[in-house]
Structures are given as structure tokens and as C-alpha cells.
Design a protein around this ligand. Structure first.
Ligand code: PMT
Length: 399
């Protein structure tokens, strides 16, 4: 099942290190080439010879080892990996990577790889629930690293609770799943827009909306995991860039227009951003002082990016828009679908609880150019992203 796949397996210094040998053996049986990197501490638990015998590859741990004994230097291993797995993963290694510390062979190689990285966690239960550790895990997840959470049970230290390494067969099944998952967007260039835009009034004030970028970032991350080459044009947000995604930051709708039009040749364009439709006619170089009680700002129309893309649509291109509505959802959404020459529009009622701006969930209806309409119950924004991209894969087959 994993024939010809290259897996780099990191072993860190925990009592469960011996179970990593079973994981290596199972991966080898699946046909994978396994390259083991051990931390200095892990060698106190298991000998490198064990991993060398099972993996049939030289085990590396020293950054400054004589390269004559090792034909693949660490950056090459980072590049060679189709998947990176760490078994077991200590709180120490999670803490280092979450804070950008690369002070040994394992952490350096992980930080240099673009392959998906899976951490199988194992530690004392108090460490496992420690808020500092959980915060580091959350931070790494937001960058696209994957966690294989620990099981509960009696731990080596005698405590009972969560922190026990997941069973080797479970770890291997996560890896097999990840490596054999279909990549229907492989070789496709996908452009996603996300977040709000801001339109300055003077040096201290601007007009914007409530978009946080969560919806668009979820789509970008999911498209990447489905094999696409993803460019994300993002308005101002506090979100981390999904791993492997190229991000272009913009502020105003005009800047978003320019960035999107520069990537107009992408095969799939998904416009989840909420660009401001209007901008102040005049920008004041100096802070506007209080004058009378009534204050009026004259506004000018911004370019409609999606409409422009639709009017210049390329052969075979898939163009997907969003419709943020609070009433007459179907009428307004299908009007945008038709007038902007879209293949599909994702309508969300932004007046509804748990949908639209800022939430982790969304409630959507998909309308496509063939007149199909599908309503979805409340889902996480990650699930919404998956539904949208799967529908795009279907639409591509019909082109
Ligand atoms: O970012 P979150 O907090 O996760 O919130 C998600 C969301 C509510 C922003 C998202 O789900 C959403 O609905 N995005 C579209 C917001 C919007 O601008 O809707 P609209 O109906 O005004 O615009 C229709 C479409 O035209 C959109 O695809 C929009 O990106 C695009 N547009 C709008 C104005 C403009 N000047 N140029 C555009 O291309």
C-alpha cells in the first residue's frame, strides 16, 4: 500500500520509544522506505541499532556526523520525505517546534520539510493537559501540523489518565490513510481570497466589515491537502498561513483586485473574501477633526473583482463566489451566479446564528450553473471547505 513512499520517522526520548520499532516494522511491511532520526535522549531508551536493523537504513541523530557515513544530509531527508512521523512525541519537541527552535537533527529536519508532519503524542498526563503544552499543540495545528492524540490508561510513571501513546496499528492506519487519500486537485492551481478589506478614511480611521478570514483559510488549507498548488489573497486577519500555501497580503479592495487579476489564469478561483464595495472618495492626509454633529463621508464604488473575472472567464476555468445575504437568499445568490458568470455560488445567511462572519461553523446552500441547489446543515468551516472542493472536482469532470 505504501510501496515506494518515503517516510521519515523521528523518535524522541520517552518510555514509549520502544513502540516506534513496531511502527517502523509495520510501515516496512506496507512497502515504505523508512528513515529514522533519533534525538539524543531517545537513545537512552532504545539503541539506534534496533531501528537500523528494522528500517534497513542508517539511523541518523548527530547534526555534525561525518557525511561519509551518511549519504543523505538532513535537508535532503526533509526534501525526500513524503510524510514525516514522530513516535513518540514529547512535550519538549512540541514546545521547540512551536517556538521555532531547531537545535538538533530532528527539529531541524521537521522545520525544513514541506511534507505533512504527524506527531504521535505520549507523555505524563499532567504534562499532556498542561495549558502551555495544549497552547503549543493548538499553534502547530493552526500551521497545518497533525496530532495523533494519546490514549488514556495506566502510564509508565504510575499515573492513570491521558498520555499513553496510541497503539502502533492505529498510528500506522493514520499514516496509510493520509498517504493513500485521493488527491483530486493534484497539479491544479487554486486561487482563494479570504478576509475583509479595509478602506482608509484618514491616518487613524477606516471602513471594513466583520470577516475574519476563517472561511477562506479553511478552503485554502483543504485545497492544499487535496493536492493543489494554492495561492491565498488575504485581507488583514490574525490567522496563520496554512502550511505550503502561498499568501499575498492586501489591504484595500483595489489591492485585492490587482492581486487577483495577476493570478487570473488559475484553473480554480474561489472568492470567499468580503471586499468592501465602497471606499471614501477622498482620503484625508491628516486626522479629520470633530466639526458638527452630523458627519457625512462621500463614497465611491470599488471594482467588483468577481464580476470582472466572470466577464473575462478563461476556457475550462471554475469560478466560485460566495453570497453573504440576510434575506431573499436564493433570489440574490442566483442573481449573482448568473450575472457574474459563475460555475457555483456558496450562499450563507450571515444573519443566522453559527453562520457567516467570525464563527467556526457555517450553514450553506450551494447553487450551481446547471440549476442544482443543495442545502447543508450546520458544519465546521473545514467541512464546508471539503464539501465545496468536492463539488468543484465534480464540476471539473463535467467541463
Ligand atoms: O471570513 P469569515 O469570518 O470566516 O466569514 C466568512 C464570510 C461570511 C466572509 C464568507 O462566508 C462569505 O460569505 N464571503 C463573501 C462575502 C461577500 O462579500 O459577499 P457579497 O455577497 O457581498 O459578494 C458576492 C461575491 O462577490 C463574493 O464572492 C465576494 O468575494 C465577491 N466580491 C464582492 C465585492 C467586490 N467588490 N468584489 C468581489 O469580488
Amino acid at each position: 500500500m505504501l510501496k515506494g513512499k518515503n517516510i521519515v520517522l523521528g523518535v524522541t526520548g520517552g518510555i514509549a520509544a520502544y513502540k516506534a520499532a513496531d511502527v517502523v516494522s509495520r510501515l516496512k511491511k506496507q512497502g515504505a522506505n523508512v528513515y529514522v532520526i533519533m534525538t539524543k535522549n531517545s537513545k537512552a531508551f532504545v539503541s539506534p541499532l534496533t531501528f537500523q536493523s528494522i528500517s534497513q537504513n542508517y539511523v541518523v541523530s548527530d547534526m555534525f556526523e561525518d557525511p561519509k557515513t551518511w549519504d543523505v544530509e538532513h535537508i535532503a531527508l526533509a526534501k525526500r520525505a513524503d510524510l514525516f512521523l514522530v513516535v513518540p512525541t514529547t512535550a519538549n519537541v512540541i514546545g521547540k517546534i512551536a517556538n521555532g527552535i531547531a537545535d538538533d537533527m530532528l527539529t531541524t529536519t521537521i522545520m525544513a520539510t514541506e511534507a505533512p508532519v504527524y506527531f504521535a503524542l505520549a507523555m505524563n498526563t499532567k504534562m499532556y493537559t498542561n495549558p502551555i503544552f495544549r497552547e503549543n499543540v493548538r499553534k502547530l495545528e493552526s500551521y497545518g501540523y497533525h496530532m495523533i492524540e494519546a490514549d488514556s490508561g495506566r502510564l509508565a510513571c504510575g499515573d492513570v489518565g491521558a498520555g499513553k501513546l496510541a497503539q502502533p496499528e492505529e498510528i500506522v492506519s493514520v499514516v496509510v490513510d493520509a498517504m493513500t487519500r485521493p488527491q483530486p486537485l493534484q497539479g491544479k492551481q487554486v486561487l482563494v481570497t479570504a478576509g475583509p478589506t479595509i478602506e482608509p478614511i484618514d491616518p487613524v480611521r477606516y471602513i471594513t466589515n466583520h470577516s475574519t478570514g476563517k472561511m477562506g483559510y479553511a478552503i485554502a488549507a483543504m485545497a492544499k491537502s487535496m493536492g493543489a498548488e494554492v495561492t491565498l489573497v488575504s485581507g488583514p486577519t490574525s490567522l496563520e498561513t496554512p502550511r505550503g500555501v502561498k499568501r499575498i497580503d492586501v489591504k484595500t479592495t483595489r489591492e485585492m483586485f490587482d492581486a487577483v487579476m495577476a493570478h487570473q489564469d488559475h484553473e480554480i478561483i474561489i472568492k470567499a473574501a468580503a471586499p468592501a464595495d465602497y471606499k471614501p472618495v477622498a482620503y484625508s492626509e491628516h486626522k479629520i477633526k470633530k466639526q458638527s454633529d452630523l458627519f457625512t463621508i462621500e463614497m465611491d464604488r470599488n471594482p467588483d473583482i468577481l464580476r470582472t473575472l466572470g466577464s473575462q472567464k478563461q476556457e475550462g476555468q471554475i469560478l466560485v463566489g460566495f453570497a453573504a445575504e440576510t434575506e431573499n437568499i436564493k433570489e440574490y445568490a442566483t442573481r449573482k451566479l448568473n450575472e457574474k458568470h459563475l460555475d457555483m455560488i456558496v450562499a450563507n445567511n450571515v444573519g443566522q446564528k453559527d453562520a457567516g462572519f467570525g464563527t467556526d461553523t457555517n450553514i450553506i446552500t450551494l447553487y450551481d450553473a446547471m440549476g442544482q441547489e443543495v442545502f447543508y446543515e450546520k458544519m465546521s468551516k473545514d467541512q464546508v471547505a471539503e464539501v465545496i472542493l468536492e463539488k468543484i472536482v465534480q464540476l471539473m469532470k463535467q467541463k
